[in-house]
Design a protein around this ligand. Structure first.
Ligand SMILES: [Mg+2]
Length: 275
């Protein structure tokens, strides 16, 4: 097949926004236990090249953790749910880390220590409490997080994800992060595609759909995303195809009807990956 342009035949070339955990990698029992397919960084790099750099990881993870998992490449990243945003190696948003926040993180960690299986993930400018390994301590985790939130005040909010509670800056979120990225070249003016797996991604889906873009939910769960893939393994196949052919595997809004597209709406997307 001849190489085609990066355009998905839509009116504007796509900008690709990707969640990390549960989307590019399977969710692991503990946050530091995820396994990255060794081919993934190269695949993402190839897609980024085809998109003129318009590919960003939009995640709750810190930026340096994303860099570590996707080495040797360094991608644009909206980390900590958008509290930190790096584009082309330049930080365009940085969090203010206050002593009072650090003190609450320490108190939270102290409170969780006697509860085996609760994992407090200190991200510097946000903090997550994971109860995946100890569902019986979920109420305790909520209590600890709410106590910390009450002490921190209205500039912070509690966010829930898959077996995790997280205290983040009130003004952050994946929708806002994507909106901010879309004000910067090379994202500006493009058709936004966001792929994620969790409730925290729904805000990002709303943002791209409101802009005439495309939302793809990975795995199960209620969603506003019009398209779905079965899991990270199925998505990896589609991304590899995108990297190899230069052709976006998703039918973008406004795209011409293209019979080479792998998806038809009457079939679940996860079934379309092995044809
Ligand atoms: Mg996720």
């Amino acid at each position: 097949m001849p190489m085609t342009s990066a355009s998905c035949h839509a009116s504007a070339a796509p900008a690709l926004f990707l969640d990390f955990d549960g989307t590019l990698v399977d969710i692991a029992p503990a946050p530091d236990a995820v396994r990255v397919d060794p081919a993934l960084p190269g695949v993402l790099h190839a897609i980024a090249e085809r998109l003129g750099g318009a590919l960003a990881i939009v995640t709750g993870r810190p930026v340096d953790v994303v860099d570590r998992y996707l080495a040797p490449h360094r991608f644009d990243v909206a980390g900590l749910h958008g509290a930190v945003i790096r584009v082309a190696g330049r930080d365009i948003a940085e969090p203010a880390i206050t002593p009072s926040f650090r003190a609450e993180v320490a108190r939270l960690a102290d409170g969780a220590r006697p509860l085996p299986g609760l994992i407090v993930e200190d991200k510097g400018a946000s903090v997550a409490v994971h109860w995946r390994l100890a569902p019986e301590f979920r109420p305790a985790a909520e209590g600890l997080a709410r106590t910390a939130l009450a002490a921190l005040g209205p500039e912070w909010r509690l966010q829930t994800g898959k077996a995790v509670l997280e205290i983040v800056r009130a003004g952050t979120g994946k929708g806002r992060a994507i909106a901010r990225l879309l004000t910067e070249p090379p994202y500006e003016g493009r058709t936004a595609v966001f792929i994620g797996d969790d409730d925290t991604d729904e805000q990002g889906f709303a943002e791209v759909l409101a802009r005439g873009g495309l939302a793809v939910r990975v795995g199960d769960g209620e969603t506003r995303a019009p398209l779905r893939v079965s899991g990270p393994a199925a998505l990896a196949i589609l991304l590899r195809r995108w990297a190899e052919t230069g052709q976006c595997p998703f039918p973008l809004p406004g795209a011409a009807n293209d019979e080479t597209m792998p998806f038809r709406s009457e079939r679940p997307m996860g079934d379309m990956t092995d044809d």
